[in-house]
Write a protein that binds this ligand. Structure first.
Ligand SMILES: Cc1cc2nc3c(=O)[nH]c(=O)nc-3n(C[C@H](O)[C@H](O)[C@H](O)COP(=O)(O)O)c2cc1C
Length: 207
């Protein structure tokens, strides 16, 4: 299939319009099954080392599980606040939307027992493959006007226990998924002055 210039431009627009969405932006509107299906389909269409497809997607709506995750976040964020005590802005940031989002998806890495083509030298390629799935989901969600927020201020072991995950499983991403009242035009952390934007000339080295 050959894409048109218009398609290419649209893709760039979707990439640039993707935002991390936190709890203050989610609205109370359920995600339709066919939309969830498209987001998950995008996930499993990601590249993976040796075609290992080492991902598992745990779709969470159970309020008890969400409450346990909120508690987990609060504990971890208390420690984070202490780490950033010299940057008072940190304590004011909303950094998750676990309860507010109608859906949460935990994206897990389930390593293969057998050797994997492409992982014989660089051992983290399995985890990186799952990250590719996460990005696909994030972009598909944005194309459906659905927001995703990635929450990483969590105790991984406790999350896996709460989810009753198989042994040896790793948590790659905990995603809050839902419709939003609006998407910010730029990263909130840039707007708030937490970090500056890096431009292309700072990120590219030509040898
Ligand atoms: C690996 C990863 C972990 C992240 N963890 C968090 C998090 O715990 N809480 C949060 O509010 N945002 C989290 N984010 C979102 C980033 O803060 C966000 O992507 C960044 O500020 C750029 O903003 P944008 O995604 O809206 O463009 C995470 C993003 C990534 C890629």
């Amino acid at each position: 299939m050959n894409f048109t210039q218009e398609d290419t431009y649209k893709l760039l627009q979707i990439i640039k319009a993707r935002r991390d969405v936190r709890g203050n932006r989610f609205i109370n509107k359920p995600i339709e099954d066919d939309k969830l299906q498209m987001i998950l389909e995008a996930g499993i269409s990601a590249p993976s080392v040796g075609y290992s497809q080492p991902w598992k997607f745990v779709v969470i709506q159970d309020e008890n599980i969400k409450s346990a995750l909120v508690e987990n976040f609060k504990q971890e964020n208390t420690q984070a606040k202490a780490i950033f005590k010299n940057k008072p802005l940190y304590a004011q940031l909303k950094l998750e939307g676990i309860q507010e989002a109608p859906l949460n998806i935990a994206v897990l890495y389930e390593p293969k027992v057998d050797d994997v083509l492409g992982m014989t030298s660089m051992k983290k390629m399995g985890e990186y493959s799952v990250v590719c799935a996460v990005q696909n989901m994030w972009l598909m969600a944005r194309a459906l006007n659905i927001g995703i927020g990635w929450v990483s201020i969590l105790d991984e072991k406790k999350v896996l226990q709460t989810l009753k995950a198989k042994p040896n499983t790793q948590l790659i991403a905990y995603l809050c998924v839902g419709y939003v009242d609006r998407f910010y035009e730029e990263s909130e952390l840039k707007t708030l002055g937490w970090e500056k934007e890096k431009y292309l000339n700072e990120c590219v080295v030509k040898l």
